[in-house]
Design a protein around this ligand. Structure first.
Ligand code: SF4
Length: 400
């Protein structure tokens, strides 16, 4: 195995897995069917941008490269890596990732690079979108089987479904519990548990989030909040908020974080580091590696696993990398108006075209509801940290 992938050395859980001989396939774009890799006997791991990465090699990338992929590329070039069996790039998402995949193949020819192409559209009358993605997944599965001589095992797939379902159920409960009572568990703790799972989706990381969800459920039962939490969860998954009733004594301000491939834990750290501000003001995020991951439905056990995985991937709350702006804005407005939100922080990855195209529409939709917004441009290194903290603090002060 001559591949040195881009998994952070600080991921102790992952490092231990690698040292114990586990083989890892990394992925970058959030909506990947983890079950597929597990069915082939691999551990999928989210490869993410890291603060403190020096970017001496970034001149190899074109000018439209966002700060996120510059960071990933520099990690690879700098050797800040743990071994990976392969790395999955997405196709049809954004130019930056398409380009990174192409350059990666040339610059690091010994790396095993795979590509999963997503459908551009979210909807189709004749289910051609789902069929297209199912076929892409089938091709990816065959490529992995041929490359590593590891077939897709139905038994492993079924076990993976249960594991990932447990994760989703726990993460959704924790997110919904915080909507009802943001003090019931810190935002930083929820996103830490999700991050640990995405880094190493193992029995141990799922047990951690399951145990935490069980503890929060007991506290919620004592406070008489479980029914409210379940109605919030159902509303978010179905889009029908008619049954939602929140406590009358909600603490304010209630803020939502919108954005895409921004690291939720970085936001939590930023907010917790601002004096006199607690992360209980953050009611929930709508980020790719947080909310959008938690509220994706796991695949069903089916005679056609590729179709089931495609259906699962397409249930993910919409990303700005795909069509469906009006659908996304409606979903966001329903959520903001029914969950008593006063403020929206729109976090944009620096030089991310999809984020920057989406942000004005988000601001407009929020202002139609009287929800105040602030745009927060970020890069993985938080290079403008002082100014960002001041901007967030000023925003929260205006909500008070
Ligand atoms: S941050 Fe934006 S531009 Fe960068 S990889 Fe993600 S979607 Fe693409």
């Amino acid at each position: 195995m001559n591949y040195e992938g881009v998994i952070e050395q600080s991921s102790v859980g992952l490092k231990e897995l690698v040292e114990s001989g586990e083989e890892i396939i990394g992925y970058i774009y959030p909506h990947v069917p983890l079950e597929l890799f597990m069915a082939h006997g691999f551990t999928p791991s989210l490869v993410r941008a890291l603060p403190g990465t020096s970017s001496g090699f970034e001149e190899s990338l074109q000018t439209f490269a966002c700060s996120y992929i510059r960071n990933l590329y520099s990690q690879r070039a700098n050797g800040q890596l743990l071994p990976l069996a392969g790395l999955l790039f997405p196709g049809n998402t954004c130019d930056a990732l398409q380009n990174l995949g192409d350059i990666w193949r040339v610059r690091f020819p010994d790396d095993r690079v795979f590509r999963l192409t997503y459908p551009v559209t979210r909807y189709s009358q004749d289910e051609s979108t789902t069929k297209f993605l199912a076929e892409e997944l089938r091709i990816l599965s065959e490529t992995i089987a041929n490359t590593f001589n590891r077939p897709f095992l139905t038994e492993s797939y079924d076990r993976a479904i249960e594991l990932v379902q447990d994760f989703h159920a726990s993460a959704q409960f924790l997110y919904s519990a915080r909507v009802v009572n943001p003090k019931i568990i810190p935002y930083s703790e929820v996103v830490r548990l999700i991050r640990t799972f995405l880094t190493a989706p193992t029995i141990s990381s799922v047990s951690n989030i399951k145990d935490t969800a069980a503890r929060v459920r007991v506290t919620s039962e004592d406070l008489g909040l479980v029914d409210m939490i379940e109605t919030v969860r159902l509303a978010i998954t179905s889009g029908d908020y008619s049954g939602v009733k929140l406590p009358e004594d909600l603490e304010t301000p209630r803020v939502v974080i919108a954005g895409g491939m921004v690291e939720p834990q970085a936001i939590a750290t930023l907010i917790n580091d601002i004096p006199d501000i607690s992360d209980s003001a953050i009611v929930l995020d709508l980020l790719s590696f947080g909310f959008k991951t938690a509220f994706t439905e796991a695949p069903s056990k089916s005679s056609d696993p590729y179709l089931a995985m495609a259906q699962s991937v397409l249930t993910a709350p919409g990303e700005p990398t795909h069509e469906g702006l009006s659908y996304r804005m409606k979903a966001m407005k329903d959520l903001l108006s029914n969950l008593s939100i006063q403020g929206l922080m729109v976090c944009e990855q620096s030089f991310c075209d999809p984020d920057q195209f989406e942000a004005p529409s988000i601001e407009r939709a929020a202002s139609e509801l009287g929800v105040k917004t602030v745009r927060v441009p970020l890069d993985p290194e938080l290079s403008d940290r002082g100014r960002i903290e001041t901007r967030i603090q000023t925003f929260l002060d205006t909500l008070e």
